[in-house]
Unconditional design. Structure first.
Length: 196
């Protein structure tokens, strides 16, 4: 990547607190790393679950945090009140658009349906050449193995092209994220070949 630091790192992760400590530790670690580098965390704006842990750790380490949250979730009082910036949107679609526009890279931690939605959308944008930003899946404790197997299944069945494996990189801990970002090269290929 040619962009100079500091960068804005968008982290997709779960909002549940009813999860294993290993996932909580990964959220704290990515926040520590982002903050220590002087980078900015872009995330979904919540104060709960892995989201809240990543935000708190980034702030504690001296980084900046920008949350993007739809108004209906803000009204449920799950919005984080201690951020540098909290953007309140009218819809989930607008939330994702703003996060995507403001991010220089995407980091995927364990999460649920919302995290899956965000991940698949950004991968689809990459496939369609709407984005060439790094996408790093952090496979904490093998959490994302079923998703990676599903992607391989779509390749094997002919629905996904083999070169689309290059749309993302997989690391097993947050410590590997920034080497991937620093050495990222967006995959090349002819968009028209998707349909041929």
């Amino acid at each position: 990547m040619s962009k100079s630091y500091p960068q804005s790192i968008c982290v997709f992760c779960g909002s549940s607190s009813r999860v294993d400590e290993v996932y909580k530790a990964a959220a704290t670690e990515i926040g520590d790393l982002i903050g220590a580098r002087g980078d900015t965390l872009i995330y979904g704006g919540g104060r709960v679950g892995l989201m809240g842990l990543a935000a708190d750790a980034t702030l504690a380490a001296g980084g900046k945090v920008v949350g993007v949250i739809p108004s209906f979730l803000q009204h449920l009082e799950v919005g984080h009140a201690g951020l540098n910036e909290l953007v309140v949107t009218d819809s989930m679609h607008e939330r994702k658009r703003i996060m995507y526009e403001r991010a220089d890279a995407f980091v995927i931690l364990p999460g649920g349906l919302g995290t899956l939605d965000e991940t698949m959308e950004v991968l689809t944008w990459s496939q369609l050449k709407l984005s060439d930003k790094p996408v790093i899946i952090v496979d904490v404790n093998g959490f994302w193995q079923p998703l990676l197997a599903l992607i391989e299944h779509t390749i094997g069945a002919g629905f996904t092209r083999e070169e689309n494996r290059g749309l993302y990189k997989v690391v097993d801990s947050p410590a590997g994220v920034f080497d991937v970002i620093g050495n990222w090269h967006a995959p090349e290929g002819d968009l028209k070949a998707k349909w041929l």
